[in-house]
Write a protein of this length. Structure first.
Length: 260
């Protein structure tokens, strides 16, 4: 499974978290410790907010540990809100279009996990993407399809309700097609001001997700960046962590039945 991190807080250079940690994200790309797949070498991506309302992004199909451009860029780029993702493909091609994070206008999204039976239901899910958004479908992943469905399900008006509706819709299609494999995911979604991080599974085995809050910063990760267990908190199963406007952070129960 993929590994990712989201940061919001005081302005820092991206390489602070990508490289300069005991168990940094780039280290995780080669030696993940809380995933069945230890190597995440099917491309990577970073996305950050700077002086403009829309995020900048950089994607590459090289493994993160073997990309000198990533090391150079992250040493120079600083941001108050950024995302980074190292990919382990669940079957779709290794291409820049399939690398996270995905962006649309001021929104940015990335994901870890898998929609069970995706190849069987892919066409049905894509048919639910609104016509005006479908041209934004550049890759083939379930993650990008889910993001476009979020946008079509009212993301601009209510991100929590849009997520509930989208998860409910995916589960409904899986049931209609008789899919028995689980739907497991962690994801992060941001508009450049607020962050919404979800941990969910249709069974009792959601991917791992942690957060570290402090007065100046919030870090959300697939697995801790160091071994200081006392400051990493587990995001509970079926929960959404919300950081509103770089202010207070809350963890709320997530129930896709609310969107059914």
């Amino acid at each position: 499974m993929c590994r990712w991190l989201t940061y919001i807080g005081e302005r820092i250079f991206l390489d602070t978290l990508l490289y300069h940690q005991e168990h940094s994200l780039v280290r995780q790309s080669l030696h993940a410790s809380q995933s069945a797949i230890t190597t995440n070498g099917d491309g990577f991506g970073i996305g950050w907010y700077g002086e403009r309302d829309v995020p900048g992004t950089y994607h590459e199909i090289l493994p993160a540990w073997n990309d000198r451009n990533l090391r150079s860029l992250s040493h120079q780029l600083a941001s108050t809100l950024f995302c980074a993702h190292v990919r382990a493909s669940s079957g779709t091609a290794t291409s820049r279009a399939n690398c996270h994070p995905f962006a649309h206008r001021h929104w940015m999204y990335m994901h870890n996990g898998e929609i069970g039976g995706y190849e069987r239901i892919r066409r049905a899910l894509e048919s639910m993407i609104p016509d005006d958004l479908y041209p934004q479908r550049l890759g083939t992943t379930d993650s990008e399809a889910f993001f476009l469905l979020l946008l079509g399900n009212g993301l601009e008006d209510d991100p929590i309700a849009a997520t509930e509706r989208t998860v409910a819709a995916v589960l409904r299609v899986m049931k209609e097609y008789g899919v028995t494999q689980p739907f497991r995911m962690t994801s992060t979604l941001t508009d450049g001001h607020n962050v919404y991080a979800l941990r969910f599974a249709s069974d009792d085995r959601p991917p791992s997700l942690y957060w570290w809050p402090s007065q100046q910063r919030l870090i959300i990760v697939s697995e801790p960046l160091d071994t200081e267990a006392d400051h990493w908190q587990v995001v509970p199963e079926s929960s959404m962590l919300i950081s509103a406007g770089r202010g207070d952070t809350v963890v709320l129960p997530f129930n896709p039945k609310n969107g059914a």
